[in-house]
Ligand binder design. Structure first.
Ligand code: ATP
Ligand code: MG
Length: 398
């Protein structure tokens, strides 16, 4: 029996004339994800993506796992396809799903007939196939409301597709269809979640990390690489820019009022991120900031950070509670890495009492007293190290 993977469109199906652009983008991603496993034929018809293995030795568990993490699919199934003939459908359904039916007590058959030339209407097909399966498994009972198992048959142009219950997909839009952004990635819990959320809205992304050696160690960098590699199963391969931030940071420490240090540093980071974003053609910055989480994330502080540069700053976690962010970080499997100890440049030199409601005017005044900062920032941006993070590459950090 030959299995086929099927992916069902979600939000993409609401797109108008440019729908095919989204479909093409998603097919390209699916092909890319599947390619290392063997040859697949990937195509889209009737708002469904089909992924057909071209040889028998392909690891379909791994294939399913890979495509289930691709944004743009609302649901997925693993099906077998057979001739559109009622007797064949019965035989194949029993052969493919009989073992699953042996393990449950209630079931139902769901049928969809996209090909209207098929002689049986859906209710009749459900009834007749249900009766056939009951005859094979007399311990079963039909429960149309809450079945323990669902046998699905879809009569489509290319054949009859038989599968068990659909599995929910990651939803969202295919990565790259919304443009490109640069994500500010620290080693904490929040910023990997922010990256995941924005990639889910169709953004292709690269990461930028600020390191301040010797205050921060190579281990901190390794941690960020490990996080970027964990989210690459969703975002795809990407670049991680590591900015040597020691000099601008020391300069701010030595030349600015203590209480404004953090917000001045965040503005400085934004300016550097802006320079790198423009170099790589990214049209927005992403951060893991959440309103009022810390002193630098009050409305006033965010206003100061926003006005430092001209790209939009996307903050997908702005309205999320920490426990919700943690839940997502567990889901995307970055949590265990995020909670391991590390030094972040944001936490060195921080004053004990940062100003919670800084005014833009006082910030500009403080910056006017730091004439050497812009040059240090330009040098740091220039010296950024580019690390290529490959899709699914395991980077150990323990
Ligand atoms: P996280 O848990 O992601 O570290 P946080 O709650 O610790 O976030 P902050 O340290 O104030 O908050 O940082 C806010 C955001 O600024 C982070 O989510 C991240 O986007 C960015 N950021 C902080 N430190 C760095 C860094 N060293 N390099 C790049 N971006 C950073
Ligand atoms: Mg942090």
């Amino acid at each position: 029996m030959k299995e086929v993977l099927m992916g069902y469109q979600g939000e993409m199906s609401l797109k108008g004339l440019n729908k095919h652009t989204f479909e093409e983008a998603l097919m390209k991603i699916l092909r890319y994800r599947l390619k290392p496993l063997g040859e697949f034929k990937v195509y889209c018809a009737q708002s469904t993506f089909y992924m057909e293995p071209m040889s028998d030795d392909i690891d379909m568990d791994e294939a399913f796992e890979r495509v289930s993490k691709v944004f743009g699919l609302a649901a997925l199934s693993r099906s077998v396809v057979c001739e559109k003939n009622f007797d064949t459908i019965c035989q194949v359904a029993e052969e493919y799903l009989g073992a699953s039916l042996r393990d449950v007590r209630t079931f139902k058959v769901d049928a969809k007939r996209a090909d209207k030339t098929f002689p049986m209407q859906s209710p009749e097909l459900m009834r007749e196939l249900g009766a056939f399966l009951l005859s094979k498994h007399p311990h079963l009972r039909v429960d149309v409301k809450k079945p323990q198992f669902k046998v699905c048959v879809e009569i489509r142009d290319y054949g009859a597709y038989i599968h068990g219950p659909k599995i929910p997909g990651e939803c969202g839009l295919p990565v790259g269809t919304s443009g490109r952004a640069l994500n500010l990635l620290s080693g904490g819990i929040d910023s990997p979640v922010a990256a995941w959320r924005m990639a889910r809205r169709g953004l292709a992304l690269d990461h930028i990390h600020f390191a301040s050696p010797p205050y921060t160690s190579d281990r901190a960098k390794l941690k960020v690489m490990a996080l970027a590699s964990k989210i690459s199963v969703y975002t795809g391969g990407c670049n991680l820019f590591v900015v040597p931030y020691t000099k601008p940071q020391e300069y701010i420490r030595d030349n600015a009022p203590d209480v404004l240090f953090t917000v001045l540093m965040r503005r400085s980071m934004m300016r550097i991120a802006n320079q790198i974003a423009k170099r790589i053609g990214a049209d927005a910055l992403i951060t893991g900031e959440s309103l009022a989480q810390v002193a630098s994330q009050t409305l006033k502080a965010l206003q100061c950070t926003d006005s430092a540069q001209d790209l939009p700053v996307l903050r997908p976690l702005i309205g999320m509670d920490k426990n919700e962010i943690i839940e997502t970080s567990r889901y995307i499997q970055t949590y265990e890495t995020s909670i391991l100890p590390y030094e972040d440049c944001c936490t060195i030199f921080t004053p004990p009492h940062p100003k919670i409601r800084p005014e833009v005017s006082e910030i500009l005044e403080a910056e006017a007293n730091m004439p050497g900062l812009a040059e240090l920032e330009a040098e740091a941006a220039e010296a950024a190290e580019r690390i290529r993070i490959r899709l699914g590459e395991e980077i150990e950090f323990v």
